[in-house]
Write a protein that binds this ligand. Structure first.
Ligand code: AMP
Ligand code: GLY
Length: 427
């Protein structure tokens, strides 16, 4: 099989790495890729979010499967254009991608399909937004409808600040088109959880639950980031909770898509909040794998990812059986000094080769490039170092024992990934 993968982050390196382990795969291409993916795939320059550019590359290399990593190409309709031309694609069409591309669509979809989520109001005018805030108490939650690179959700203690955000979004062009419609919703307390589901629109495979760490610094301090580390599986999610999530969220979502005639072949990312009564509600959907969740979920995935994704793209996921997870993984992101605010790039990364042959350690690249056999930083999140073990504690020890070998100017990482493993009862 020849596979084309789109994207160039840690998630895509983990996807390419897992695909490269399959006996079915002969050749992997990636647009645009990064310094680590370059060691496993043939890289192609270009705009992977542009349907025309991706189609013309596909015509040149003729892949048996195209795997779309990030949300932007999905929301732009890259999958639609490729499917029209007869390619097998892993990733939903534009209509399905609205579950991530429009918060208002996602919330009204959940309401129509009785899927538990925070109660909400969709607003396009400032007076409506003021009413929606007045109905609620602090903390206030305001979200821009459209894609905003992780910067579109606001959780605010102060009513005045919440009113100002609504005004900035609706009337002052803050976040541009993405903020012309907003969602104001109830605050949900509890613990967050990610559940990734591979689905062909009828059948589905739930991957082991994982947990992201969104704040930049230890003890969940500092600004929000794309994610500074993750672990999987999550020990407090037992069989009962898994089946509750399946029954009240996963199945109704997939059935709802079907009922609304929205074909969906790819990953449904359920971002959940679990409260102290063990109630599970959807905070957000995404339509692709999580980053850095993928970097911990795929190394413990016991199936053949290429076979699974191909079957998904062809609508025959029911034929795939994936063995149960046996191991645990903890992934720690190494970031550029200053991230998520301004940071410098172009620094040489030291130590990668010293970990390349260490058992149960995997390094996934994000913002890197390779020049004459050396790796240099090109982004905010640079690497995810993943430790594997029989349980989270072992995996955590493994990663922190080895990560200090890696360095570049200004680098930093959180020291407390997977340090708090208690469930929502203690949230
Ligand atoms: P979203 O982009 O919708 O996932 O929101 C980003 C982050 O804001 C989430 O990961 C949560 O930490 C927080 N958040 C969003 N919505 C809520 C809510 N209704 N209640 C509490 N926290 C929320
Ligand atoms: N880790 C959060 C996300 O991928 O959206």
């Amino acid at each position: 099989m020849k596979i084309l993968t789109l994207g160039g982050g840690g998630r895509e390196h983990a996807i390419v790495w897992a695909l490269s382990k399959s006996h079915m795969v002969d050749e992997i291409h990636c647009m645009p890729g990064n310094g680590g993916i370059q060691d496993l795939a043939i890289l192609h320059e270009g705009d992977h979010t542009n349907p025309d550019e991706v189609l013309s590359l596909s015509k040149r290399i003729n892949p048996d499967l195209v795997v779309i990593g990030p949300e932007a190409p999905l929301v732009n309709g890259v999958a639609d254009v490729l499917r029209q031309e007869g390619y097998s694609v892993f990733g939903p069409n534009k209509a399905g991608a609205r579950l991530e591309g429009s918060k208002a669509f996602a919330k009204t979809f959940m309401k129509r399909n009785n899927i538990p989520t925070a109660s909400f109001d969709v607003c396009t005018q400032l007076p409506e937004a003021m009413e929606a805030l007045k109905k609620r108490t602090a903390p206030y939650v305001v979200k821009a409808d459209g894609l905003a690179a992780g910067k579109g959700a606001f959780v605010l203690q102060d009513l005045k600040e919440a009113q100002e955000i609504c005004e900035a979004l609706l009337n002052k062009n803050y976040l541009k088109e993405a903020g012309k419609t907003i969602v104001v919703e109830d605050f949900l307390p509890g613990r967050e959880l990610t559940v990734l589901v591979i689905t062909d629109g009828s059948d589905y495979i739930m991957l082991p639950p994982s947990q992201d760490h969104k704040r930049a610094w230890d003890n969940d301090k500092g600004p929000n980031t794309g994610g500074m580390g993750a672990y999987a599986p999550v020990p407090w999610v037992d069989k009962k909770m898994t089946s509750q999530i399946e029954k009240t969220i996963v199945k109704p979502t997939i059935d709802g898509l079907k009922k609304e005639n929205i074909p969906f072949k790819g990953v449904l990312y359920c971002g959940l909040m679990i409260d102290e009564k063990q109630e599970c509600r959807v905070l957000e959907y995404n339509v692709r794998m999580g980053d850095p969740e993928t970097q911990v979920v795929l190394p413990i995935f016991e199936g053949d990812l290429a076979e699974t994704m191909l079957a998904c793209s062809k609508g025959s996921l029911k034929d795939i059986k994936v063995p149960l997870v046996q191991k645990a993984a903890v992934g720690v992101v190494i970031a550029s000094g200053g991230y998520p605010s301004a940071y410098k790039t172009g620094f040489e990364i030291h130590g990668i080769e010293r970990l390349s042959n260490v058992d149960d350690i995997i390094i996934f690249h994000a913002g890197t490039k390779k020049v004459s056999n050396k790796y240099y930083t090109t982004g905010g999140r640079v690497l995810t170092v993943v430790g594997i073990g029989g349980n989270i504690e072992e995996a955590r020890k493994k990663v922190y024992k080895n990560i200090e070998v890696i360095s570049f100017e200004g680098h930093f990482y959180r020291k407390d990934i997977a340090a708090r493993l208690e469930g929502p009862n203690n949230a």
